[in-house]
Write a protein that binds this ligand. Structure first.
Ligand code: SAM
Length: 276
């Protein structure tokens, strides 16, 4: 019988966020897999626990992962903990979970602190539909290409960012999303100097120049307004013209109606219909 992997979230800055279930799980498992054993030992000391630990981080996951899986297959139980927040979100925990899934090892996720959810809920921006983008690529060209792919994204977008890269990232946001797009800069969440600044991208860049950013940030960016259809797919508006013509409307009337429905220019549709 194989053991179980528990995903144990840890506080992102406030020890008061440790739950009974997190503490009980860490106390009960056979061993912990920790991103940084020095960080986790402080948490264990706080809880008055002593546990065997192995390291599991971005530099050793390719070898450490299979070793943990072997122990789980042999029947041991393990709690995966990262430096802060929910394991497997923007950290190599996702590889360990995938490996467990491949080996049909049970994985139990314990709910708890997660920077992106904490930021989204406090952002004041629409929360019904969102996309989590994690850290942007480091390379400037890849970063811009990634942002370009989000140009027409209508869902609220969430990014993790390091303070020393914040200004460049905000400038890229302005270039791609425009200066008036709203943003919530969520800084040092759950900590003493917690701050949520709700502003525009242009103002955020200016603030950044005046006050060098410090601490940990989650950036929550408003989604795009509905994309004009002529940009998304002019052929669809044209098909609608054909359909309306089939229903007996004149070309002029069909273009006017389709233009209204698709938010496009009737002249443009008219010209396209005539093959101009
Ligand atoms: N797995 C963690 C989670 O989802 O909560 C995140 C791990 S990721 C390696 C670390 C990033 O999360 C930081 O660079 C920052 O963008 C964000 N973050 C973590 N703690 C934060 C806090 N207290 N306030 C704001 N952002 C935070």
């Amino acid at each position: 019988m194989s053991g179980k992997l528990y995903l144990v979230p840890t506080p992102i800055g406030n020890l008061g966020d440790i739950s009974r279930r997190m503490a009980d799980t860490m106390a009960e498992v056979d061993f912990l897999a920790a991103e940084d054993t020095r960080v986790t030992v402080k948490l264990l000391n706080h809880l008055g626990l002593k546990k065997p630990m192995v390291s599991y981080h971005r530099h050793n996951f390719a070898t450490a992962g299979p070793a943990i899986v072997q122990r789980l297959l042999a029947g041991e139980s393990c709690a995966l903990v990262t430096d802060a927040g929910t394991p497997a979100i923007s950290d190599p925990g996702e590889d360990l979970v995938a490996l467990c899934a491949q080996h049909e090892i049970e994985v139990e996720a314990i709910p708890g602190p997660c920077a992106l959810i904490c930021a989204l809920s406090a952002s004041g921006l629409p929360t019904a539909r969102f996309t989590f983008e994690g850290f942007l690529p480091q390379n400037k060209k890849n970063r811009r290409a990634h942002l370009d792919s989000l140009r027409n994204e209508q869902r609220t977008m969430i990014f993790y960012e390091a303070p020393h890269k914040l200004e460049d990232t905000l400038e890229d946001f302005v270039a791609v999303f425009g200066p008036q797009r709203r943003i919530a800069l969520c800084r040092e969440l759950t900590k003493l100097h917690e701050e949520v600044v709700r502003t525009t991208l242009a103002q955020a860049v200016e603030d950044c120049t005046n006050r060098p950013p410090r601490g940990e940030y989650v950036l929550v960016v408003e989604g795009a307004e509905e994309a004009p259809v002529e940009q998304a797919d002019p052929q669809m508006a044209l098909q609608r013209v054909e359909q309306l013509r089939g229903e007996g409307l004149s070309l002029k009337e069909a273009c006017a109606k389709a233009a209204e429905e698709f938010g496009t220019k009737k002249r443009q549709l008219y010209d396209m219909s005539l093959g101009k």
